[in-house]
Design a protein around this ligand. Structure first.
Ligand code: PAF
Length: 300
């Protein structure tokens, strides 16, 4: 399948490196500099001591071209999607797959005039080492669900699932809302806590004190979202263990002075709580802590 992947961050590089094994991938990066580095060095994927170098077709996004493309995977942060969708031309018959954290992109999807929209939920641990290298720090699953589609485009999901690329399993989920809620709970608990405490995901379970806060925040999130504790707790713990050595994307954003995804994650939980008139003091406090970290203090 001919796939265009937009985004040269950890998830974009990870997806490009694996999907290139069975498909014809073109990776679009924001900068010409990153494209040039990948062209020169190849795309390198590390897993512990092992390292593979994958030759890949890469272009800066300024050269966007959909000729022959059968699927576009958008691997940029949720807050970049609006501009991207406005600036790029996506023909209405070209299927799009969105793999953002949180729930913020759902309102945008409702406005896109494309016949097939798919949603993905990524449970891998991935770290962008440099512009052409990604480290696969936790082997997880990519879950795919349909937001809207036509019968003729269903083969795209089937093909991604059947490709069975080693260490890159892809699974179909019936209900995109259940799938996104599971991932939201994971991100709502793991991401802010790891970013505030400055620890890898696994510490939230191995440090008894952190684990107490982990559970308290989890309980509040379930209350705000009106979901059953049991199913979601199992899933949260499973992802946390699978990505134990990983630094969450929010911790990496905070460390690198980048904007975080807190609005699409805890911001969404707060909106839900407000809608139901439920008090969620921990969620509000952690939301403010991360918003505070996004502000660069001058003269410090
Ligand atoms: O945002 C992240 O870092 C990831 O979604 C996850 C699964 C929590 C792993 O760190």
């Amino acid at each position: 399948m001919k796939i265009a992947i937009i985004g040269g961050g950890a998830v974009g590089l990870l997806f490009a490196s694996f999907l290139q094994e069975e498909n014809d991938v073109i990776l679009y990066t924001r900068s010409e500099d990153q494209s040039e580095r990948i062209r020169t060095n190849g795309l390198v994927r590390k897993n512990g001591e092992e390292s593979v170098c994958i030759p890949i077709n890469v272009q800066p996004i300024s050269k966007w071209d959909t000729t022959g493309i059968e699927l576009v995977i958008l691997c940029v942060k949720e807050y970049m999607l609006n501009d991207l969708v406005k600036d790029l031309n996506f023909p209405a018959n070209l299927p799009l797959l969105f793999v953002q954290n949180g729930m913020g992109h759902l309102s945008l999807l409702k406005k896109i005039n494309t016949r097939s929209l798919f949603i993905g939920s990524v449970e891998h641990g991935a770290l962008k080492v440099n512009n052409h290298t990604v480290s696969h720090t936790g082997i997880g699953v990519t879950k795919l669900a349909i937001f809207q589609t036509v019968e003729g485009d269903r083969w795209i999901l089937d093909e991604l699932i059947l490709q069975s690329i080693k260490n890159f399993p892809v699974q179909f989920e019936q209900d995109y809302m259940v799938m996104l809620t599971k991932k939201l709970v994971v991100n709502a608990v793991i991401n802010p806590l790891t970013a505030i405490l400055g620890v890898t995901n696994g510490s939230l379970l191995t440090n008894n004190y952190y684990q107490m806060v982990f559970e308290q925040l989890f309980n509040e999130v379930c209350l705000a979202l009106g979901i059953d504790r049991h199913t979601y707790y199992e899933n949260l713990v499973r992802v946390c263990k699978n990505t134990a050595k990983n630094e969450s994307s929010m911790l990496k954003d905070v460390k690198n002075d980048r904007r975080t995804e807190i609005d699409t994650i805890l911001g969404y939980v707060l909106e839900e709580a407000q809608r139901k008139d439920i008090k969620v003091p921990l969620t509000l406090a952690f939301y403010h802590c991360i918003k505070g970290k996004e502000i660069k203090e001058e003269g410090m």
